[in-house]
Design a protein around this ligand. Sequence first.
Ligand SMILES: [Zn+2]
Length: 328
Amino acid sequence: MRRLPIELSQGQLRVSESGLFLDAHRKAACAFVSHAHGDHIARHERTIATAPTVALMRHRLGSKVKGDALSVGYRKPFGLGDLTLELFPAGHVLGSAQLRVTRHGVALGYSGDLCLQPTLTAEPAEVVECDVLVLESTFGLPRYVFPDKGEVLAEIRRFVDGALSEGATPVLLGYALGKAQEVLKFLGEAGYRCRAHPVVHAVNRVYEAQGVPLPNVELLGPEGPLAGEVVVAPPHLARTSPILRIKDRRTAVLTGWAVDGRRGFRGADAAFPLSDHADFPSLVRYAKATGAARVLTVHGYARELASALRQEGIRAEPLVEREQLELL
Ligand SMILES: [Zn+2]
């Protein structure tokens, strides 16, 4: 079979016949980092990312991160050996980027984590026209259809109002990077007084330094929230003392997985499908919009999404390990 412009080897994505890794989770000599979520970052010798991603990586990995970081703006093509690279917004979290790599006239698009609904705290996603697309498949099953984000935010607001009217503290559980800032931006700008868990607060400071103000948000200290305040915390810390100390609380989990139902969300009172990923119909639409003649799916429901794309007449397959390919 003709060689693909990208390969997966020992779990790492690499542009074929080049030293450029994509979202490598082990140290690499040179890596493009699409965004700063934990499963996409490592201490590379050379990092290519947007300025907010570099700042968020430094925050997450500590100031002792060595190596070069090349901060690149969106839509500013540049050369790397025989490759031309260009970054485009991915709409996932602040600074998140898609990458287009062009070599010998063939354009490879890499979506990274992608969100196609408008967001309050990230640059809106753009369509990356390309010949071969590497597409994330987190929600790559037909049952993952998200409501309009405006409706989800309105539901969250009703939940908050309901808790406050009962004299309880609403506690919203959202991932510390991205989800938390989006809901804080929404509520803070609507005039709600919010308290951010220390882990969220530290990320908020990076967002603010990168030009995303979060008004009406203060640190959740040991004294806990005041009456009438809303608390935002990461889900994995829902059962730690700063939250458990809040006596009368109503908790809600904010996650795309909420479309699967409320069970399993750590005993929360509610779950809302606020997602920073594209849903299934958006992934299919996006794949078509790029004009790619071939789509390679990665992460999550890669096999299922590829199969659905083939039914739409798109040549698609999950990206598999190079060793497996050689057996074919
Ligand atoms: Zn992510």
